[in-house]
Design a binder for this molecule. Structure first.
Ligand SMILES: [Zn+2]
Ligand SMILES: [Zn+2]
Length: 286
């Protein structure tokens, strides 16, 4: 098993998938072992919930209780070594809000990540569908994407806005200034008291940078939107990927704290005071 080498452990990795979604590899233990090797003190599993328009890409309703009990078992098994949270990644699909509500009510998540992976059932972030960007009006696509981001936030159903400029994943960006999209999103995150995820998976994708972009992150900072972090791991070796860059980026744009979660409550930790390590279940560790 190849894992990431030691990275900045003061950031949690709250975006980790499992093979229960049918498009990730490795055993859940391997993700935890890689997190330990990467020097992380707190991680969270965040499997795709069964509300995705493509059911073969997410966990099934039958497997959901199994997922939850596996995470709870791992929490016990690794107690004292690493803190493991129970999270989920929820597609905020307008026609399925009752279902989403039910899932959130039935399981005691530590946090819920809200994500947009589809525009009118178009999986814009999957390579086999990227041809639809060609000859399309990219401004129009961005408008629709940010409409979806705003609508999702207004449901008030989730805690963390996942890969918030995911529409850039395939490398398509409109010409010119994107500030108005970012400002609009920041306003709504502020209003609904959301946390934003610094997601490092974009470095391995065609967009070639973290989500959100530095410019977007600056606007979020100015609006005092709290941040947390995730690698969007679909393989154990992804855990904590590019956390050195993530940490530097947060400092560069002026962030002084990072958010941890427990029972859907935010725990704000100053980056300075962490001096390396923190887990929300125990004392600060050096
Ligand atoms: Zn996935
Ligand atoms: Zn996602």
């Amino acid at each position: 098993m190849t894992c990431n080498s030691k990275r900045f452990c003061c950031l949690p990795d709250y975006h980790i998938h499992t093979k229960l979604c049918n498009h990730a590899e490795g055993e859940m233990e391997e993700y935890v072992e890689c997190a330990l090797q990467a020097g992380l003190k707190e991680i969270g599993f965040s499997e795709h919930m069964p509300v995705m328009p493509e059911p073969h890409l997410c966990i099934s309703y039958e497997e959901l209780p199994i997922y939850v009990s596996r995470v709870l078992e791992l929490q016990e098994k690794y107690k004292g070594q690493i803190s493991i949270k129970l999270g989920c990644e929820m597609d905020i699909v307008s026609g399925r809000l009752d279902e989403i509500n039910d899932i959130i009510r039935d399981f005691q998540f530590d946090y819920v990540i809200g994500s947009i992976h589809y525009l009118n059932k178009w999986p814009f972030d999957q390579a086999q569908y990227m041809h639809q960007f060609k000859n399309a009006d990219i401004d129009d696509i961005y408008n629709r994407f940010f409409d979806a981001v705003v609508c999702a936030a207004e449901t008030g159903l989730y805690d963390i806005a996942g890969h918030i400029d995911n529409i850039k994943r395939m490398g398509y960006r409109p010409e010119g200034d994107l500030t108005s999209y970012y400002e609009r999103a920041a306003q709504v995150f502020k209003k609904y008291d959301l946390t934003v995820e610094l997601n490092t998976s974009g470095f391995d994708e065609l967009c070639g940078e973290q989500y959100p972009s530095e410019e977007f992150l600056k606007i979020l900072r100015r609006n005092e939107i709290p941040v947390t972090a995730g690698s969007d791991s679909h393989n154990p070796k992804h855990v904590g990927r590019y956390y050195d860059r993530a940490f530097k980026m947060l400092k560069t744009v002026g962030y002084e704290s990072v958010v941890y979660f427990k029972n859907r409550e935010r725990i704000i930790k100053s980056l300075e005071s962490l001096n390396g390590c923190y887990e929300s279940d125990g004392p600060e560790m050096r």
